[in-house]
Design a protein around this ligand. Structure first.
Ligand code: NAP
Length: 324
C-alpha cells in the first residue's frame, strides 16, 4: 500500500483551475473552506433559493447557481447526498466542460451505476475517512484527515494529478492519501455502515442496555455501563490500537473481554457479516437507497421518531441534563 503525503504531491495541477463544489453540507462546507484557505479558486454551486446561500457568502466564499458554477469550472466535486447524484449528474452533464474533472467523496454512485460519466471526463475520488466537521477542524489545527483516493476514468491523462492535488488542498495529504478504487471504497464503507461501527456497534449497546434493565439494573447504571464507556474505549483504540487498549485496562476487564467478546461476536456473526458484504457487492444496498429516496425517506423518518421514544434515549436525556 502506497501512502502519499504533502511532500510526495505536486500541487500545480490545480493552479489556475476553478473548482465548483456542489452541495454545502457536511463535506461541502469543509472542503470548500479548506480549498479556499489553500488558495484554490472555489465556487459553491447551490440550487435556486437554497437556504445555504447566506451561510456560504458569510464565510467569504463565492456562490453561483449549480448550472453556472459547473459551466465555469475545471473541476466539479459532487458533494450532495449520494442518492441524488444520479439526478444531479443528469442535470449538470450538458454544462460540464469538455475534459473537465468530476470528483466524488464516496464511490457509491459511480460504483453502482447511478452516475455514468461522459467519456471525455476525468473521474476521481477523494474520500476523507471521517465527517466534514473534523476535516475542517483538523485543517485549521494544521493537521489533516486520512483519505482514500482513486481514479475511475482518466480521459485527459491528468486525472491522477488532479486527484492528488485536490486531496492535498483539502489537507488530507498532511495525514496521508491511500490509493484505492471506487469499488473498494464503496464496498468497505457500505459494509462498515451496516455491520460494524454505525450499524453493529449501536445495536450492541442497545441490546446490552435492554438486557441489564430486564435483569433489574436501573436504566441510569445500565446506560453508564453500556453506552457511556464507548468514548473511553474509542480514545484508547485510537491512541494505542486494540492490543494496546487491552494492555491498559484492568485485569478484570481484560479477562472479561477475553471470555465474553468472542462468545457474543461468534462465528454466526462473522457469517452474517460476510452475507452483508456479499449483498453490498451485488448492489442490494444501493437499490434500497434508491427506493428510500423515491419513497420520500419513509423508513428513515419512522426509525428516527421511534428511536427518540425509547427508555435508553429518555435515560440519556436525564443524564445529560446538569442538575441545579
Ligand atoms: N457526511 C460526511 O461526513 C461524509 C464523509 C465522507 C464522505 N461523504 C460523502 O460526501 C458526499 C456529501 O455528503 P454530505 O453528508 O456532506 O451531504 P449533505 O450534508 O447531506 O449535503 C447537503 C447539501 O446537499 C445539497 N443538496 C441536497 N439535495 C440537493 C439537490 N437535489 N440538488 C442540489 N443540491 C442538493 C444541500 O443543498 P441546500 O443547501 O440547498 O439544502 C446541501 O447543501 C456524499 O457522497 C457522502 O457519501 C460524507
Amino acid at each position: 500500500m502506497e501512502m502519499l503525503r504533502d511532500d510526495d504531491i505536486d500541487p500545480s495541477p490545480l493552479e489556475g483551475k476553478r473548482v465548483a463544489i456542489l452541495g454545502y453540507g457536511n463535506q461541502g462546507r469543509a472542503q470548500s473552506l479548506n480549498l479556499n484557505d489553500s488558495g484554490v479558486d472555489v465556487v459553491v454551486g447551490l440550487r435556486g433559493g437554497s437556504g445555504s446561500t447566506i451561510e456560504v457568502e458569510a464565510a467569504g466564499l463565492q456562490t453561483a447557481l449549480i448550472e453556472d458554477a459547473v459551466a465555469s469550472a475545471d473541476v466539479v466535486m459532487l458533494l450532495a447526498p449520494d442518492e441524488i447524484h444520479g439526478a444531479l449528474y443528469r442535470e449538470i452533464e450538458p454544462r460540464l466542460r469538455q475534459g473537465a474533472a468530476l470528483g466524488f467523496s464516496h464511490g457509491l454512485s459511480v460504483r453502482f451505476g447511478m452516475v455514468q460519466p461522459r467519456a471525455d471526463l476525468d473521474v476521481f475520488l477523494i474520500a476523507p475517512k471521517g465527517p466534514g466537521t473534523a476535516l475542517r477542524s483538523l485543517y485549521r489545527d494544521g493537521k489533516g484527515m486520512i483519505a482514500l483516493w482513486a481514479v475511475e476514468q482518466d480521459a485527459t491523462g491528468g486525472a491522477r494529478g488532479i486527484a492528488l492535488a485536490y486531496g492535498r488542498a483539502i489537507g488530507c495529504a498532511r495525514a496521508g492519501l491511500i490509493g484505492s478504487s471506487f469499488a473498494e471504497e464503496a464496498d468497505a464503507d457500505l459494509f462498515n455502515e451496516q455491520a460494524v461501527v454505525w450499524g453493529g456497534v449501536p445495536e450492541l449497546l442497545i441490546a446490552g442496555f435492554d438486557t441489564l434493565v430486564a435483569g433489574g439494573i436501573s436504566p441510569e447504571v445500565a446506560f453508564l455501563e453500556c453506552v457511556g464507556e464507548l468514548k473511553l474505549i474509542a480514545e484508547l483504540i485510537e491512541a494505542r490500537g486494540i492490543a494496546g487498549m487491552r494492555e491498559v485496562i484492568s485485569n478484570t476487564a481484560e479477562l472479561g473481554a477475553l471470555l465474553g467478546g468472542t462468545r457474543i461476536v461468534d462465528a454466526s456473526v462473522r457469517e452474517r457479516m460476510a452475507e452483508v458484504l456479499r449483498e453490498v457487492r451485488e448492489g442490494r444496498f444501493a437499490d434500497e437507497l434508491r427506493k428510500e429516496e423515491a419513497s420520500g425517506y419513509d423508513r428513515l423518518d419512522q426509525a428516527r421518531s421511534a428511536a427518540r421514544k425509547t427508555l435508553l434515549e429518555e435515560t440519556f436525556r436525564r443524564l445529560d441534563q446538569p442538575s441545579d
